[in-house]
Structure formats: C-alpha cells, structure tokens
Design a protein around this ligand. Structure first.
Ligand SMILES: Cc1ncc(COP(=O)(O)O)c(C=O)c1O
Length: 399
C-alpha cells in the first residue's frame, strides 16, 4: 500500500502575483487557444506561429534548393540548435547531441557503459517507463535494474537513493520532474550521492527543461536529456543529450551512426572514429523540419527566460491546486510548493469519462492511472483553471 500524499500547503499569496500581461500577449501566437482551453503542455506543448513559420521555411528550402540546402543551410541550423540548447542549460555546444527521442538517446548512452565491474542501474518507481525498459532489456548482459521505491505516489526520498546506490552502480537514471506527480527532484543532491559512490548520473529532464530553470554545471550531472515535445514547444521527433565535456572522449557508442563520426563527409566505411564532441552520440540523418520547429519554440523560451517561465507556471499551478482543494478534489502533488511544477494530478478513480467530457466542452487535459492531469504553462490564463475545476465539479455532481 502506498501512503496518500500529504495535503499540500499554500505559501504563495495570490494577491501578490504579478498580472503577467506581457506573457498573455503571447497567446495570440498559439492558434489552439482560438478553439480550446489547452492545459496539456506536459503531454505536448502548444504549436506556435514561429514553429509553423519554421516548418514552412524548411519546406520552401526543400522545394527550392533540394539537397544543397543541407550544406548551405541545414547543417548550420543544427549547429545553431546545439548552441541555443547549450545556452539554455549552461553547457557548451560541443556538449550537446541531437537525437530523435529520449528512448533512442538513452539507448546510445546505455551502449557506452561497461557493465563488467559495475552492472547495476538505479532508477525509481516514478520515472518514465522507457528509462527502466532500456536496462531491463539488458538482463542478458548481466545488467541489474534497481527501482528505488516511491515514498508515496509523488516523490522518492534522497535517503532511499543513498541506500540503493553502491559500489556496483554504474549509473543513476532519474527525472528532473516526475511525469506522474510534477515533483521537482533535487538533481544536485542526487548527483552528489551518485558521484560519492563512483556512479554516473543521467537526468531525464523532458518534463523539466523550459518550465524549470536548468543548469547542468550547478547540478553537476553527467548526462541530461530533454527535447522539444513538451515545455520547449518544439513538437515531435527532436531531443538532445548533454554529456559532460570531460567525459566525452571516454564514450564509445556501440550503436553508432555516420552523423557521429569525426570525418562524416569523408564517407570512409573503414573509419568509425567518433567525433571529438558530443556529436559522437548522434546517429543518422536528423529530422530538419523538427529542428526548425524546435528553433521556433525555443525562441519564446529564450525571450521570456526560464526564471519568468517558472514564476508564471508556479502561480498558475498554485492557483489550480487551491481551486481544486476548495472544490473538494485531492491534488497528488508535493507538500512543498518549491517542489511542485506545472503538472498537477487530481486524484480520480476513473478519469476517462471526466477527460472526455472536458474535451467535449472544449477543455483539453489528460489522464494518468487514477488521476486527471492538468498542466498549465505561461500562455494559460487563471480563468482556464477555473473552467477546468468548474467542469470537474459539474461532472462529479452529475449536473
Ligand atoms: C519524463 C519522460 N521521459 C520520456 C518520455 C518519452 O520519451 P520518448 O518518447 O522521446 O522516448 C516522456 C513522455 O513522452 C516523459 O514524460
């Protein structure tokens, strides 16, 4: 039995929240708001006019230049993307590799590890399934996966990490923000525990980067993976791996690709020497439309800045939690607002009819087992929180 999450305390005073009118002006850039109350950014960030323009530009270049667009423009856009991601998370562009999905990016890292002396991978019950599956599939190579148990359905204690990580641990793999609860983990503390025991640490930051300021130097992590789909507003098929510079040359992927070799345009089948940068973690030809889409999304993130994004999202989150509590719902979130994020689960035995009814009424939220999942972002209005909770009350009360 898992213990119920403690009732969250509200420490933020709504009366003192800034209006953020300048952020609301961005709504006009996101066409979905013409038709829906969209509160599902943790599943898929909203499409912007800038990403649309980027994808159109990609098609225009493809149509007018054909393959010469690669050399004249697209390789440059890839380099620009690595640079912009590096700037966002306080890394160098040489420490950033582009990939198609978190699953594929993790697979590349997992192929670099030597499991002969350290064969243990530590992850948690609350991480995204692909994180565990990656190493469960390596049982035949003697890899053992340890799932640190959750204290409740919200968080994992640092003491539990401390107990699970030992001299046989090769890697600790866990989230910055849990997709199941929105809980923001102390990744700096987790990295410190892992390193003290000689293990590396990989952070799945797919639910963090964008809505939570991310600084890989300060956190001291070895790898950090994130991408466009959610809080970076870049759509599908584009993620990145940060790999710490002084680790890079020790990484030898055994699932390589020609984008990862040092002399890729030498076209030499005999020479698989990996690139000197994190590009050695890249595989085959990238989706350039996704590169353009993500550059469009990232422009908002850089323009607004991670601190303001966090501040705005916190206000919306605290408002949503307060309204849910007042209406008699039980949010499945951290007790401390500092550890909450823009992912709010509202416990509900059967969320399916509720989410469907909300969709009928024009409000897009999501569900996870036993909960409705609502995720406001900077472009949402307080009034949209009210609409969700009012609709949930109507459905619950059969009105
Ligand atoms: C935290 C987290 N990691 C990984 C994934 C999935 O990654 P991918 O589909 O790119 O492998 C998701 C959800 O889409 C997620 O929320």
């Amino acid at each position: 039995m898992t213990a119920p999450a403690p009732t969250p305390a509200l420490t933020t005073d709504p009366a003192r929240w800034p209006a953020h009118d300048d952020l609301l002006r961005y709504r006009a850039d996101f066409p979905i708001f013409e038709q829906h109350n969209y509160l599902n950014s943790c599943s898929l960030g909203a499409l912007s006019v800038r990403s649309m323009a980027g994808i159109n530009e990609y098609m225009r270049l493809w149509g007018s230049m054909g393959a010469s667009a690669w050399y004249e423009l697209w390789l440059g856009r890839l380099a620009e993307l690595r640079r912009q991601i590096g700037a966002l998370i306080n890394a160098g562009e040489d420490e950033i590799a582009i990939g198609p999905s978190i699953s594929a990016a993790i697979a590349v890292i997992s192929s670099c590890l030597d499991y002969r002396t350290r064969n243990k991978i530590v992850t948690t019950d609350l991480d995204f399934p692909t994180v565990g599956h990656q190493w469960l599939a390596k049982a035949g190579q003697g890899v053992e996966v340890v799932f640190v148990p959750a204290r409740d359905r919200v968080s994992v204690d640092l003491a539990a990490f401390e107990a699970a990580i030992d001299e046989r641990t090769a890697l600790v793999v866990t989230s910055h923000v849990f997709f199941t609860s929105g809980y923001v983990q102390d990744i700096k503390a987790i990295a410190e525990i892992a390193h003290r025991k000689g293990a590396l640490v990989l952070i799945d930051a797919y639910q963090g980067t964008g809505q939570i300021p991310t600084d890989v130097q300060d956190a001291g992590v070895d790898f950090l993976l994130s991408g466009g789909l959610k809080w970076l507003l870049g759509g599908t098929g584009i993620v990145f791996t940060y790999a710490r510079r002084d680790l890079l040359l020790t990484l030898h992927p055994t699932i390589p690709g020609w984008f990862g070799v040092k002399n890729m345009f030498g076209f030499d089948i005999h020479d698989a020497t990996p690139a000197d940068s994190a590009q050695r973690l890249e595989q085959g030809t990238h989706s350039i439309s996704a590169v353009y889409a993500l550059l469009g999304g990232l422009s908002y993130i850089h323009e607004i800045g991670p601190q303001r994004l966090r501040e705005r999202t916190q206000h919306l989150t605290e408002d949503l939690i307060a309204r849910a509590l007042a209406a008699g719902f039980t949010p499945r979130v951290a007790p401390d607002p500092a550890q909450r994020s823009g992912i709010v689960l509202l416990n509900m035995d059967d969320p399916t009819p509720v989410v469907a009814a909300l969709a009928q009424a024009g409000t897009i939220v999501d569900k996870r087992p036993g909960a409705v999942r609502v995720s406001p972002y900077f472009y949402n209005r307080i009034e949209e929180n009210a609409l969700v909770i009012e609709a949930m009350v109507r459905i619950r009360d059969g009105r």
